[in-house]
Ligand binder design. Structure first.
Ligand SMILES: Cc1cc2nc3c(=O)[nH]c(=O)nc-3n(C[C@H](O)[C@H](O)[C@H](O)COP(=O)(O)OP(=O)(O)OC[C@H]3O[C@@H](n4cnc5c(N)ncnc54)[C@H](O)[C@@H]3O)c2cc1C
Length: 428
């Protein structure tokens, strides 16, 4: 069996690894060097406890308030582009408690095996910096802490042991936090790792096991015969396979158009900044929850990550938002001084869906194309579980129950009979 994966981010590489380790002839293609997408920019958190979907009760009011501030952590670009408008309206329809809790539970089930799989990677020689110090959500404002409490039963039911700390009690977990904050929630079993090191190591293991990583290949055409995909093309290059998996991150919406079943996957841009040496020493990762900034301590550096911009498919850096990210810790940490000049920031585009959940499984309208994308803010947390479950299915196993909520058919059912745009047997 030969399988071609389009996209060499965390989703493509973890799947490539799973398939190569089962003896499949696998080739992972990327439009540029592998691992440069959102997967390199993230905060490095493995956080099932924070796996709630983005569409949440209260998001509409909050996003309308934030839209008018140029340095806010959430930005929705005013646009009349019908795809953007449709996406945002669909997302707002999912901002209710029932969908929120169902999505949270589905994510937690998919993430349940993450730590075991990461340990298995390590045992197989996939090496990366990793820390198991838990995750602290810190709240400057006690009201924001209270707002989180009613849904803590969801992570608790998965054994994640949330500990609620009111006021200065939060300093027992992280003494660097200022006195007078609202409090925090500590999740002791969460961990963080270096995603770039993990991808470098996954790439090495894939090739050691006989797989191929082919870079600077942007898929721009699909060759099909009815519902069967015969090959994908990049300019003059042609790649045949028995099965194709689309894991092109925020670009997956565009790529699925080539396959005749467009999925509503759009970018949610965020930024990361590495401060070296670290301006404060932390015991573990901290979510500055009111400011929506992730703080990740690594050996010799501190990574700050944040913002969610629903706008264009580009990696342009917005300096006002970067400045807000580097200022945010001032409110929370004793001894933190923001850099006097704006440090270099990198933009990454999270692959977002209107219901805040990934899209994993068979692409409607084809017999041998699959998708693994739309993991939004949780691509690192969910990649190991996604790829292990999907690999088994691609090799003929039954569809695992935990993948059922993520079926692509929930978005494409009405497109089932829509013909792909095609030029003499190929679609473009
Ligand atoms: C600021 C920030 C912080 C985050 N923090 C966390 C966190 O702490 N924990 C967590 O779990 N998640 C986090 N995430 C989310 C996570 O990073 C993403 O969900 C994940 O990286 C998505 O991986 P991917 O492989 O789907 O996409 P990507 O990493 O973007 O990879 C997609 C790849 O597809 C390639 N591609 C695109 N088009 C084509 C084409 N036509 N042909 C061939 N290749 C193509 C691209 O070049 C790219 O390499 C964060 C994201 C951001 C931006």
């Amino acid at each position: 069996m030969r399988i071609v994966i389009v996209g060499a981010g965390l989703l493509g590489l973890t799947l490539g690894y799973e398939l190569a380790s089962r003896g499949v002839e696998v080739e992972v293609l990327d439009a540029r060097e592998s691992g440069l997408g959102a997967s390199a920019v993230n905060a490095g958190w493995i956080v099932p406890a924070e796996a709630a979907p983005v569409p949440a009760p209260g998001l509409i009011v909050k996003s309308l308030k934030w839209m008018v501030h140029k340095d806010s952590p959430l930005y929705i670009k005013p646009s009349l582009d019908p795809a953007h408008v449709r996406f945002m309206l669909r997302m707002w329809r999912h901002c209710n408690l029932t969908d929120f809790r169902a999505g949270y539970t589905a994510h937690l089930a998919l993430a349940e095996s993450t730590n075991d799989i990461l340990d298995a990677y390590s045992a197989d020689g996939v090496s990366f910096e990793t820390h198991s110090a838990g995750l602290l959500m810190a709240f400057a404002d006690a009201h924001n802490l209270e707002h989180h409490l009613p849904n803590l039963d969801v992570p608790a039911s998965f054994g994640l042991d949330p500990q609620v700390l009111r006021g200065d009690d939060v300093r027992e977990i992280e003494p660097v936090l200022r006195r007078g904050l609202g409090g925090g929630i500590f999740f002791p079993h969460e961990r963080h790792l270096d995603p770039v090191a993990m991808m470098v190591s996954l790439r090495r293991r894939i090739t050691e096991m006989g797989g191929t990583i082919t870079e600077n290949i942007a898929i721009d055409q699909v060759e099909r015969s009815g519902e069967h995909i015969a090959a994908v093309h990049s300019g003059p290059h042609r790649f045949t396979a028995d099965k194709f998996v689309l894991a092109a991150g925020a670009w997956t919406g565009q790529v699925t158009k080539l396959f005749g079943s467009p999925l509503p996957i759009r970018p949610g841009k965020g930024y990361s900044i590495d401060l070296q040496p670290p301006p404060v020493t932390l015991r573990g990762a901290i979510n500055l929850s009111d400011a929506k900034v992730a703080v990740t301590p690594y050996d010799g550096r501190l990574r700050l990550s944040g913002t969610m911009e629903f706008a264009n498919l580009d990696e342009v850096v917005n300096e006002a938002r970067v400045a807000a990210i580097v200022q945010a810790p001032t409110r929370y940490f004793d001894g933190y001084v923001a850099p006097s000049t704006l440090p270099k920031a990198t933009a990454g585009m999270r692959p977002m869906t209107p219901d805040g959940m990934p899209v994993i499984g068979e692409l409607t309208g084809t017999t041998n194309a699959f998708v693994s994308s739309g993991h939004g803010m949780l691509g690192l947390t969910l990649a190991p579980g996604t790829s292990r479950a999907l690999a088994g299915y691609l090799l003929g196993g039954p569809l695992p129950e935990r993948l059922l909520p993520f079926t692509p058919a929930r978005f494409t059912r009405r497109n089932r009979n829509a013909p792909a745009k095609s030029i003499s047997g190929a679609s473009k």
